[in-house]
Write a protein that binds this ligand. Structure first.
Ligand code: NI
Ligand code: MN
Length: 227
């Protein structure tokens, strides 16, 4: 069994095969997060890019739990200089971790670190869990046509930003669903602040009218089982 919990914004926890994988743990300064960094659990932490709403509380949580942080090479250097255990990967590269095969995918965005440092290129994640689930976490990105290549894998769940302004908005996210054709899409990176507020129920209606994909609207802290 694989479960996916959304903690608001882009923070997601995937539980699979007895492991907890926490993605973009932005909790302390996230106005909609239902838990504090000290309540988070993780065996592994994935960080998509260097922006503060994604690096978030990575250092604090990784140190407290001795979690292994998986991210691009440049972010991994920055984190390991702060005493965090890291596993660097890069875009297009996959690795067999204990929880499954994880590949970094491209994302059209920036990746400057909170201190202004160079965070390499931003990424998304493609995860093949040990129990056969295929999960695509797009990260912060604009729409790109090669999402159709990711769709060829047969995606069970895709987490896509719909907030607009910094990432895809609802119309481009609908186009992304048509390229990826996942079984389930989880909208993320919206309603954290007014700047990225969206009518997620209207988006669900439109996606489900125009595609066979089911839209899972979660409240921060809610989870979905992939069975
Ligand atoms: Ni960003
Ligand atoms: Mn962001």
């Amino acid at each position: 069994m694989t479960t996916v919990t959304w903690y608001g914004h882009s923070c997601i926890e995937i539980e699979s095969g007895g492991y907890s994988i926490l993605v973009d743990p932005f909790l302390k300064d996230n106005p909609v997060a239902p838990i504090k960094p000290e309540q988070a659990h993780a065996d592994f932490i994935l960080v998509s890019h260097g922006h503060s709403d994604h690096v978030g509380d990575t250092v604090e949580i990784a140190k407290r739990l001795d979690a292994l942080v998986i991210c691009n090479f440049e972010l991994a250097n920055w984190l390991s200089n702060q005493g965090v255990r890291t596993h660097p990967q890069h875009i297009g590269g996959g690795y067999h971790h204990p929880f499954g095969y994880l590949k970094l995918t491209q994302a059209l965005h920036g990746s400057a670190l909170p201190d202004g440092g160079y965070g390499g290129n931003p990424a998304g994640f493609l995860l093949f869990t040990a129990d056969g689930k295929k999960i695509y976490l797009a990260g912060d990105t604009g729409l790109f046509g090669d999402m159709s290549l990711i769709g060829e894998e047969g995606i069970d769940l895709a987490a896509l930003p719909i907030g607009d302004n910094f990432t895809m908005g609802p119309l481009d996210a609908l186009k992304a669903v048509k390229l990826i054709h996942p079984q389930i899409v989880l909208p993320i990176h919206y309603n954290t602040w007014d700047l990225i507020s969206q009518d997620v129920n209207a988006w669900k209606k439109q996606v489900e009218k125009e595609t066979p994909t089911k839209v899972a609207i979660l409240k921060p802290g809610e989870k979905i089982n992939l069975s």
